[in-house]
Structures are given as C-alpha cells and as structure tokens.
Write a protein that binds this ligand. Structure first.
Ligand SMILES: [Zn+2]
Length: 158
C-alpha cells in the first residue's frame, strides 16, 4: 500500500451518520466537530469512523478544539476494531465559508510536523452554513500546502 497525495475523501455510512447527526443537532453559533479515523490507500482516504466533539471540547463561534481524552478513546477503539488510524478531523464554520482558517492551517501544520504522529496528509472536512443548510468541503494538508479534494458522503451523490 503506497500513499500518494490525496485527491479524494470518502466517508463510509457509519462515519456519515455520526457527522450528519451532529450537524442536525448542532447549534448554528458555535463550532463543532471531531476526529476522522480510517485508511489512506493510494490517492484516497476512506473514513471509517468520525468522532463527536466530546464533553470537554472547546467550542466558540470561530474555533473548535477536540476533547483529547474523548478522541483518544475513539481512536483506540477504531484501531482495535479495523486498524483505522487518525487521518484528520472535521469541524463546522457556522458563520463563514468551508475553507480552513489561518488558525486551522496552523493546527494542521503542527500535526504534520510531529514525527510521532506520522501523518502523510491531514484531511480537513469543513461544513459551513449556506442558504439554510450545511455545505461540506474536504481539504488535504501536506507540506505547507492545503488543496481542495473531492469528497463523497455515503448515500449522497457527492
Ligand atoms: Zn476552522
């Protein structure tokens, strides 16, 4: 299994359900999100598990920070279940576009620069409110570059 630059992100049905449930119940004021766990094969990341924010997450209108203990527990469970590893994160931008902010980019840069984490690419899935509904976009962050990639949610046409 070789890892190439990511051009597509696919969320399986269980991962899609976690995200859509959270989006349905989320307020439209503060950000929410969670980690993404799955596999990076060739140029595609398949997300098998998506996290919820967790009770200790920091949620403001312009910033989201995952609950680390909550994320770690999900990561351990996912790895034991099907070997899924941490591939990135998802979060909302209730009041702006689904584009990584400067602060988001700095966060992804820190993850990429940590050799212990061993990231090839960090996947960012961002949902923004547009015309009364959530609109999602996926980004691949790598070596100081952030590029849009195709995203497909299970059960949607893309
Ligand atoms: Zn953001």
């Amino acid at each position: 299994m070789t890892q190439q630059p990511v051009t597509a992100v696919y969320l399986t049905a269980p991962a899609t359900q976690i995200v859509t449930n959270e989006l349905r119940t989320a307020d439209h004021i503060t950000e929410t999100g969670g980690i993404l766990l799955g596999h990076h094969t060739h140029d595609t990341v398949t997300v098998h598990h998506a996290g919820t924010p967790g009770p200790a997450a920091v949620r403001t209108p312009t910033f989201f920070l995952r609950d680390l203990a909550h994320a770690q527990a999900l990561a351990d469970e996912a790895f034991a279940n099907d070997g899924s590893v941490w591939v990135g994160e998802w979060h909302t931008h209730p009041t702006s576009r689904p584009i990584p902010s400067a602060r988001d980019a700095a966060t992804y840069g820190q993850l990429l620069n940590d050799p212990e984490l061993g990231f090839h690419s960090v996947i960012a899935v961002i949902f923004a409110r547009h015309a009364g509904r959530w609109e999602g976009a996926a980004w691949a962050c790598r070596l100081g570059r952030i590029e849009p990639v195709r995203m497909q949610l299970s059960g949607s046409t893309g």
